[in-house]
Design a protein around this ligand. Sequence first.
Ligand SMILES: *Cc1c(COP(=O)(O)O)cnc(C)c1O
Length: 516
Amino acid sequence: MADAPKMNSVGRPTAPAIDVETTSFKSLLGGRGLLQDEKLIFEWDDYSRTGVDFADIAIDASDLDGLIRDDLSLPGLTEPEAVRHYVRLSQKNHAIDLALYPLGSCTMKHNPRLNEKMARLPGLGDIHPLQPVSTVQGALRLMDSLAHWLKTLTGMPAVALTPKAGANGELCGLLAIKAAHEAKGQGHRRTVLVPSSAHGTNPATAAFVGYTVREIAQTADGRVDLEDLKSKIDDGIAAIMLTNPNTCGLFERDIIAIADAIHAAGAYFYCDGANFNAIVGRVRPGDLGVDAMHINLHKTFSTPHGGGGPGAGPVVLSEALAPYAPRPWVVAGESGLVLEEHGEDASQANFGRMCAFHGQMGMYIRALTYMLSHGSDGLRQVAEDAVLNANYIKASLSDVMSVPFPEGPCMHEALFDDRWLENTGVTTLDFAKAMIDEGFHPMTMYFPLVVHGAMLIEPTETESKAELDRFVAVLKALAEAALKGDVNRFKGAPYLAPAKRLDETRAARQPRLTYG
Ligand SMILES: *Cc1c(COP(=O)(O)O)cnc(C)c1O
């Protein structure tokens, strides 16, 4: 009798295995499964066609002062060709709509469709910043409500809505801190303290503002070394930039003592709020002594992380920094709400503004929708479930993968290191690339820098137990393969992705931004 077929992790007979060492299959013209390969849209060479019929119009070229252009070199695509092109492009990359997206620190959570529906409501989706203010009262009310809930959730008295991302929020916070010091005649303060586990944007922002960065050491249990911090405080300190929970996925237990020490030295406490998802609804940063904190709406409040934008990183500010908040803000005027752009209030010593107009309206709508649809109990549950899911991953994988800070539970992300891969010939990078062949996006790799070969997994609260179990099963199977010496599976990975191992540094430093 034939053996019963072997079942895979979803209970189906396993497909004939691809032998990654010997397979010689190559598609003839670059297709991959049901996905065709094709040229970039600017490389299509038929500019004579168009998918739209335009009526012939008589143009008097003299009206255009010689600026008439008749060859726009736009690709001539029919509607189905245009649609297919973009659908194919979308399938070359991973998306939260395809599967769990475990990028630690990035909080890649589901983007609820309700948010999208609200952002497209007529009257919100089609307004313009230069419209008369009497016609956008609802939009201003929405901004005011978002500001209210951000202040309430963080326990802070003021918020600047305009920053366009977390890093831009850091810039806003440090510019407010600098303005505050200068207003007090403390402009000589030139140093910003940053823990060794910090996200790269923290020291980069401090340097961009003109500060000198001084690193604070970490304890063996993955937290800020309070003694080292205290030894580095002097009257040249302008601020500390601290992430809580930190990038090792751990709550900084000494946070109040840190805030007190910083304030006693006349400096300010900037909190990197990228990990707010772990504590939203449970902890108010204002109660911890924070003076400024950005909130990545695309992390905690579920707005999309879209190809670098549009993002939104509002910054909440303490009483001490509120007068330095950048304009504009919403205020009640005589005939309704107005966006205060210029004001002559002498108590305001703000440093200017972060952008033209009022910031990313579409993201404000989505974030407020998310808050209101969850309610205060729902937001608290977001934090609780995010932490529960991360601990489930940590507990499920810690028998095969090594954990640098095993003591106690983690917060919203589970951190592993590469000690368990020692002598296998497989690196963190190889392991992450092999995940792609199994249908999962890699976790964050080699960050935080303080942990060797770091693998930082953040499942978020939006994953079900079934999806977490599938993810754990795949990582366990890969871990076993690595420990068994199946090195080729890893070294050549990803075998099945449209792009293999890219020279990421070169791509970032020498991007090719033109075609043809
Ligand atoms: C994401 C992140 C940032 C930067 O935020 P952006 O919105 O990507 O600019 C800063 N710090 C930490 C810890 C982060 O995770």
